[in-house]
Write a protein that binds this ligand. Sequence first.
Ligand code: FHN
Length: 438
Amino acid sequence: MKKLSYLLLLVFLSTMTYAQKGYTPTNENLENREWFLDAKFGLFIHWGVYSIMAGGGDSGVAEWIMNQKQIPIAQYEKLPSFFNPTNFDPAKWVSMVKKAGMKYITITSKHHDGFAMYDSKVSDYNIVDQTPYGKDILKALKEECDKQGVKLFFYYSQLDWRHPDYYPRGRTGGDYTGRADEGNWKDYLDYMNAQLTELLTNYGEVGGIWFDGMWDKPDANWYLEETYSLIHQLQPGTLIGSNHHKAPYPGEDFQMFERDLPGENTMGFNQTGTISELPLEMCETMNGCWGFNLTDTNYKSSKQLIQTMVKAAGYGANFLLNTGPMPNGEIQPENIDTLMIMGQWMEQYGESIYGTRKGPISPSKWGATTQKGNTVYVHILNLEEETLELPSFDQKIKSIRFFDDDTKVKFKKTANGVILQLPADKRNEVDTILKVEI
Ligand code: FHN
């Protein structure tokens, strides 16, 4: 019994503590973190052969269709031969991203189904070798991103429902896949590292690697030290983040939160309340799915998404908003509409978001604050009354003005802080922004 607990402790230590022990980010990495902190808004893209299934008529199903419908590998492998996104136009995608006011893209290079959306040489289960389309979409997208000055990050699923050496199996991708009950875990990790090496050597400068899937085998030894050191050796500036839903491990450069604001857990993903000192990012869907789903039309309004982005910025976090492109290579028109509205908002109010850090007052029901130098932006998102009492700022307030028309906001100092007068005709339906000079 004693021996067993000792062994378990060893496994725990090797998986967790030693991720990339003693990691010191390079100057380039630190500069990229600052860039990331300034960028604030990015596009998440979940695209794969699963888009052909379009959710199969179920609203919650998309990139998980293989697992949810228990499709054996032998059957799922037929999908790539139907994947021919002839309307894929990277220039259009990237222009859309720019118009939306987004500064970076994070795209799935391989999702849980194990299919590589790029020209992988270590596996022929990839877009070039298996689809009639036959072209490397990551390469085309990267070239366009470079042209238009947008950074590209690669999502990479550590979880793999197809690879035989992803063994012992985790919580998902079980018997239905038809894999033998054997495999060599270390060989799988070598395969993963070989794919990551491809991604970090064949596509120029990569903004970051966005890991996902460790939650499938939370107790396994993922040998993170090897993987993280490899990535930082290949591209020291690349930012590593992992959606393991826990506090960051050494070697990670940013912390992410799935479909929740930092520290919150309304979705059941964020098992830790820990908000680290690393740059933060929150990702969110436009409907209820990441991949393309034909029947999920439960779209969030642009107002809702803008307000979430503002709250995220109030935590100092970036907002990574997702779209699931259609199998023809086009972005869903509903998503484009939303992105264009958000882009217009960013054009007008971006000053209060880009380049800011979290403000002096933490986000709460009424809204959030952001700060750049001596300017604090108070974002009032939800307020019934015509007055708002804020706790005192650490520094003396010089002036408060409405962002929209630059008129002065009447305010009164109190023992606890300051009471702001916010008449109805001065309010903005989405976000009443006040500029406070301190
Ligand atoms: O299972 C995935 C899911 O498909 C999607 O990629 C999201 C994005 O954050 N992450 C996983 C669930 O935690």
